[in-house]
Design a binder for this molecule. Structure first.
Ligand code: OOG
Ligand code: MG
Length: 261
């Protein structure tokens, strides 16, 4: 870590305020070129402490930039993680307000529900042993940076653009699914906007889960029973606009939906 606790606290406040007020920020690295990836994860955690102080609870984690399509879209080529809180939960079929965000986008995802605590440097098989079930999910991302542009370090400090997520109603054990190759079709207002496969998520979503647990273990952390984990988008993210009705259909897992007003 290169930054003092004071600077970490100041930058955590900046990303937290930007998220709270949906006013975009200049990239943190522009004024803090010495910031490292490790500092960025520390800022991310410090911003979660601010949310917790307001009564939010961390209920899971997300992986991001786990597919080639997303890496190319954002120009950032390393998988990252972020924290999910209870305030980010959007009910299936619920309508969100466009004005509550800076420049929201939606992504087709899968979510894991964790059944037992797990930590350490694990492989995909070990990671799956801690999974209760898998469901379809939509993630709404909203970078707090101007024009949705960032470096790896900036996006990590900004909690991997996390802002909202919807879980589908069908939860199935991983063993009952062809988890490594589930077809995923995302439509907006009845038109298909993205199609993909869960194979796009680090070649298999369980590898994304294992990568998350392994990265968390570097900080002496892990996943806890009951937590939800988003594995990362299978395709590019798509801009949302008022009036959109988004639907994701995943093989064997049914549909999950979201509206925008
Ligand atoms: C970073 C978060 C990416 C995913 O699923 O790849 C992400 C971003 O693109 O803003 O959530
Ligand atoms: Mg995502």
């Amino acid at each position: 870590m290169t930054m003092s606790e004071e600077v970490i606290g100041k930058l955590a406040k900046a990303v937290d305020e930007a998220a709270r007020t949906s006013e975009s920020l200049v990239m943190l690295t522009a004024e803090n070129p010495e910031m490292t990836l490790d500092d960025a994860y520390t800022i991310q955690r410090a911003s979660m402490e601010r949310r917790k102080a307001r009564g939010e609870e961390v209920i899971g984690m997300k992986m991001g930039l786990t597919s080639t399509a997303k890496m190319e879209q954002m120009g950032v080529h390393n998988p990252i993680y972020g924290h999910l809180t209870d305030a980010m939960v959007i009910g299936d079929g619920e309508t969100i307000e466009f004005d509550a965000y800076c420049h929201p986008r939606v992504e087709p995802e899968l979510a894991f529900i964790i059944k037992e605590d797990i930590s350490g440097a694990v492989d995909a098989r070990q990671a799956l042993s801690a999974v209760e079930g898998v469901c379809a999910a939509l993630e709404v991302i909203d970078s707090r940076y101007q024009d949705f542009k960032f470096t790896l370090i900036d996006v990590v400090a900004d909690n991997a653009s996390s802002t909202g997520f919807v879980l589908g109603p069908v939860v199935k054990p991983a063993a009952d699914l062809d988890l490594g190759n589930l077809g995923m079709v995302m439509s907006i207002n009845g038109e298909v906007v993205e199609t993909g496969s869960s194979a796009a998520i680090l070649e298999h979503p369980a590898r994304s889960l294992a990568a998350l647990i392994t990265m968390l273990s570097e900080r002496g952390e892990g996943l806890k029973a009951g937590q939800v984990v988003l594995a990362g988008a299978a395709t590019k993210a798509v801009h949302l606009k008022p009036g959109d009705q988004v639907q994701l259909e995943v093989d064997s897992l049914g549909t999950v939906a979201l509206g925008v007003s």
